[in-house]
Design a protein around this ligand. Structure first.
Ligand SMILES: [Zn+2]
Length: 126
């Protein structure tokens, strides 16, 4: 089994509505998001999937969140844009990438979101 890890960053503001403390106020984070892709078969180049494809899709997705007030985005209209909900959003959007449709031998295993260097969340479908 091979596991590819690719990460990218974005910066955005959010607030955790109804949080009993200062996180209820608007504040920002530099978020790091990591996608983990797994599979067992390598192509003729010896690659599971080109890092560039995974990184490209991840960056494209994070671009939609970058320098935004996350609470105002349709994706978070019915939930707080916590690290948990961001990881779930990125996971489900990432799975729609063309290369996942065209390469059934690879699977998106998880999305990990760091809200700070010491605090992160992992989302998987299991
Ligand atoms: Zn926060």
């Amino acid at each position: 089994m091979f596991e590819i890890h690719v990460s990218a960053e974005f910066e955005a503001a959010h607030r955790v509505v109804n949080y009993p403390g200062k996180c209820d106020r608007i504040h920002g984070h530099s978020w790091t998001v990591e996608a983990v892709v797994t599979g067992t078969e390598l192509d003729e180049l010896g690659m599971l999937v080109d890092f560039k494809l995974v990184k490209g899709r991840l960056r494209e997705l994070l671009e939609t969140l970058d320098h935004r007030m996350l609470n105002e985005l349709p994706a978070f209209a019915n939930c707080n844009p916590t690290a948990e909900n961001i990881s779930s959003f990125v996971y489900h959007e990432m799975k729609k990438a063309d290369f996942f449709q065209s390469m059934p031998h690879i699977k998106l295993k998880q999305i990990q979101v760091w809200e700070s260097p010491k605090s992160s969340v992992i989302y998987t479908e299991d």
